[in-house]
Design a binder for this molecule. Sequence first.
Ligand code: NDP
Length: 318
Amino acid sequence: MNTKMSEISANILSGKPIAEAIKTEVAKEVKQLEAEHGFRPALTVVRVGEDKASEVYVGSKVRTSKELGIISEQKHLPAETSQEELLEIVRELNLDNEIDGILVQLPLPKHIDENLILETIDPEKDVDGFHAMNVGFLSQGRDSLVPCTPAGVIEILKRSGIEIAGKHAVIVGRSNIVGKPMAQLLLQENATVTICHSRTRDLPEVTKLGDILVAAIGRAGFIRGEHIKPGAVVIDVGINNFSDSGAAPGMFGEDELENRLRTIEKRGATLVGDVNPKDAKEIAGSFTPVPGGVGLLTVAMLMKNTVKAAKMRRLKKI
Ligand code: NDP
């Protein structure tokens, strides 16, 4: 590493103040809807089986809803629930006039067709934005319910004063949940967009073109210094467990190494993104940390989507 590089320290784009600001705005809007229109938005989250991570995510979604005044309930169904039973529950929620948002937490048990379930959710109540109709609206640049994580990335960029228009945005990952909707949203913001994936040839050559680089890969610390254009804005969507204390000095800078090693020792692993934070700190202009970055925005954007769904369905406006 060259000494000059190591002196450069990127600006950290913390998700916390942005998520808090969005939640404050949502709580205010919920109060206003109740005062002016006599209803509070309502969200139902359906969870099937005992996936540990899902339990944590759903708990946080329901808890945050309640904090903001959104009426929220969790329907927790046993792992043996049949596809037909789950479809019936979704259909009932579709017909329930008091429910504004329906979220079926993924992954579902293997015997259930996830796409079939997602396509059965009323698009007007599809607060995850995964229904083909909402995906279509997004690709046409029409207003729609947009997937929460990429929508959160746009909020981070905008509220941090980062200009998107005219920039070259490179996304690594093409999933329906993150990569593809991320590309559509950045395109809507007038970025020039490139999408990379596992078959992209000479990845560093392509990612190095990115003024904005979004990593949504699912591999701990995969994006290294060689992938990052000096001064770029690096957005790390990844959430991975990292437990290799021997490799930790290559992953974390001296400022956080000790803390991270302590966490690995205590809990068996520490959370890292898809970007090597040590390299990002040295080469990027700014980057989102993990934890404490994009992850915090996902729930906040779900809250925002729930209010949006309620307003679109009940008041026919956004
Ligand atoms: P997927 O596994 O669905 O997609 C991963 C993508 O990365 C694929 O498009 C894949 O390419 C690409 N990829 C894999 N290996 C490589 C490689 N060697 N080179 C280039 N591209 C590669 O993951 P998700 O999109 O669902 O999630 C991505 C990450 O974001 C995960 O860490 C996940 O935990 C996290 N996440 C975080 C959220 C949050 O709230 N912050 C929400 C959702 C996800 P290909 O298509 O060719 O296989």
